[in-house]
Design a protein around this ligand. Structure first.
Ligand code: 13P
Ligand code: SF4
Length: 365
């Protein structure tokens, strides 16, 4: 007889040590039927169980190549959705806590983007003049929107290549939901700031005049990451004053001025690579999420490298943090007993056009 599905209540107060024992025991029972994918921001007590790690681009490729029946995604909701869209129909993507969302992804939704597209129509036909580009940090229905309108998905590591492709299709881009990644990408392509205008979805015509829309090359959705907005130019200036030989690296979700002052700007995978490959005894100021920075600091310490977190306050991705040993133990123990908890299933009418845009992205990059 089957063991009944275990309710999360049994795990919510479980001490960490017991969770770790149960995670190890469940994994041994599950074997190769499940693969655990972890984003770089995942907390250390969960990250230690990763079979595969990476930034969003690498993880989307890994999800497409995975051959396990179950993909347990220790990340946030949009990542588990991408894993579902890119994996085979018989595979199941699982998010150990459904509350692990991305606050930036929530700053754009289909109703608002469709309204934007309708409003643009009053000025010029968006399907003729704009390529919609969505950052991978977005819901599946927005990726599907891009699929239906000749658009594409990008990540922080391929945004420039994708933007070049997008400008090859039409002369303007509507970029959502992260204005900072969009602006930084446009800047690296030589687009002047006054041709990259913010579209505020809460204002009529995005708060812009028809003339501004006609002149703009990039319309940047008014969205941002609450973690990366904490990093300030003053943090870099202080570091440079104290450590003139120090080096600065930032994620492109940081504000424009922060990216401009940094020596390197790139995805989480890029940040890890650059710091690991740097000369011994170098000092780094890193502008991205705290779990990644703490892990990196420990890893490069033996080479005499010093890695400092950019902000004086604690900035963690609080939603990704929700995937804790309790949720992982609950998920894996149920899976070992034959019960799938928290499957992420994107409906077919969204998955098909979303897959098109993701495959287009992988082909272009
Ligand atoms: P990466 O693709 O660089 O890992 O970024 C994902 C993310 O959400 C950063 O906040
Ligand atoms: Fe989303 Fe920001 Fe967390 Fe990245 S760090 S997953 S953008 S909330």
């Amino acid at each position: 007889m089957n063991t009944p599905r275990i309710d999360f209540a049994r795990f919510s107060q479980m001490p960490d040590a017991e969770c770790h024992e149960r995670i190890r025991a469940a994994r041994a029972r599950i074997g190769r039927k499940a693969v655990i994918l972890c984003h770089h921001y995942q907390r250390a007590d969960v990250y230690q169980y990763a079979d595969l790690t990476g930034d969003s681009l690498k993880l989307s490729r890994l999800a497409a190549q995975a051959d396990a029946d179950y993909i347990v995604f220790c990340g946030v909701h949009f990542m588990a959705e991408v894993a579902d869209i890119m994996s085979k129909p018989e595979q199941t993507s699982i998010l150990p806590d459904l509350a692990a969302g991305c606050s930036m992804a929530d700053m754009a939704n289909l109703a608002k983007v469709e309204r934007c597209w309708r409003e643009l129509q009053e000025v010029l036909n968006p399907d003729e003049h704009f390529t919609p580009v969505t950052y991978i940090n977005s819901a599946a229905d927005l990726k599907a929107f891009c699929g239906r309108h000749g658009g594409i998905v990008c990540t922080s590591s391929n945004a420039r290549t994708i933007a070049e492709w997008a400008f090859g299709q039409r002369e303007k881009i509507l970029f959502f939901p992260d204005q900072h990644l969009g602006r930084w990408t446009g800047h690296t392509m030589g687009i002047p700031l006054d041709e990259m205008l913010v579209w505020d979805p809460d204002l009529e015509l995005g708060g812009l005049t028809p003339e501004q829309i006609r002149k703009a090359r990039l319309l940047l959705w008014k969205g941002h990451c609450s973690v990366h907005q904490m990093f300030q130019p003053a943090h870099i200036r202080r570091f440079r004053a104290e450590h003139p030989d120090g080096l600065v690296i930032a994620h492109p979700e940081c504000a424009f001025e922060v990216c401009r002052l940094a020596d390197h700007v790139g995805s989480t995978e890029h940040i890890v690579k650059v710091v690991k490959e740097a000369a011994p005894n170098t000092r780094w100021l890193v502008g991205t999420e705290l779990n990644l920075v703490n892990r990196l600091a420990e890893e490069v310490k033996p080479e005499g490298k010093i890695v400092q977190f950019m902000a004086p306050t604690v900035c963690m991705c609080s939603t990704m943090q929700r995937i804790d040993p309790q949720h992982l133990a609950w998920t894996l123990e149920n899976l070992a007993d034959g019960h799938v908890v928290n499957p992420i299933k994107v409906p077919g009418h969204e998955a098909a056009p979303a897959r098109l845009t993701l495959e287009r992205m992988l082909a272009v990059s």
